[in-house]
Design a protein around this ligand. Sequence first.
Ligand code: G1P
Length: 289
Amino acid sequence: MTQASQIKTVVFPVGGSGTRFLPITKSVPKEMLPILDQPLIHYCVQEAREAGIERFIFVTGRGKVAIEDFFDRDISLERELTEKNKRDYAKKVREVSLESGQMIYVRQPEPLGLGHAIACAAPWVNNEPFAVMLPDDFILNKNGPGALAQMIEAYDYAKSPCMAAVMTVPQEATSSYGILDPAGSTEGQLIAAKGLVEKPKPELAPSCEAIVGRYILPPQIMDELLKGKTGAGGEIQLTDAMAKLIPENGFCGYRYVGDRYDCGNHEGWLQANNAAFALRKKAEEEKAA
Ligand code: G1P
C-alpha cells in the first residue's frame, strides 16, 4: 500500500463563529454561506471525495446543526421532487448526502484554537495519516483535480509525512498566515521547511511562503496537540504542533495548482462567487455547443 492510499479521513474544523459575517452568521453557520447555490462546506466535501476520502469528521460547535442537516438524506424532499417530475433536482439533493457511517460529528466545547479543534477528532482518526481542510480557503482549479487530490498524489514523493498547501503572499500579509522557514529552494512544487511560524510580523517572517488550509498530517500530531500548549493569540496552534514534529518528521509545503479565495472576508467571498459563476457559465456554454 502506498502512503497516500491510506488517507481516507478528513477533519473539518467548523466550530468557528464567523464574526466577520455577522449578522448573517447569527443563525447561519459561516461554512453554510453560499458560493452560487452550494454552501462552502459542500465544495470541501466534493474536493475530499474527489481525493478518495471516505470518512468525514466535522468538529462543530453551537449553532452548527444546519451542516448536519445538509449532509443528511432528505427522503421526503427527494420523493416530492421525483413525483413532480423534477428529477434533476432530486438527483442534486440525493448527491449531496453522505452515506450513513461516513460522517462523524464531534463538538469542540470551547474555542481554544485550530489545533484544539483538530485534537477533538483524535479518537476518530484510527492512528492513520489524515487530511484537514479549512472551508474558508476556497480553492478552484479550473483545468484539473482539486488541491487535496493533488496533494495526495504528491504525498508519496514528499520526504515528510507532514504536508500543507502553500502559496506565496506579499510580505505585509505574513501576519495572517502560518509561514515557512524554508530549508532550501522555494522554487519547485515541494518546499521543505526547517521551521514554521504562526502569523509572524512582516519584519520577522522567515519567508513569504504561507500555509493555506489543506493539510495531510501523521497521527503523531495528535499527541503534540493534546499537550494543549498555547501559541500565537493565546490559542493552541496547528502550525506550532507541525513545527514540533519537524526534527523527527520534517515538513513539506506543496505549491498547489489553482486559485485560492479567502472566504473569511467579504471581498474574497465575492471574488469566489464571481469565479465560480464564470466557470459554471463556461461549462454550460460548452455543453450547449
Ligand atoms: C489558519 C492557520 C494558519 C493558516 C491559515 C490559512 O489561520 O492557523 O496557519 O495559514 O489558517 O487560511 P486562520 O485563518 O484560521 O486565522
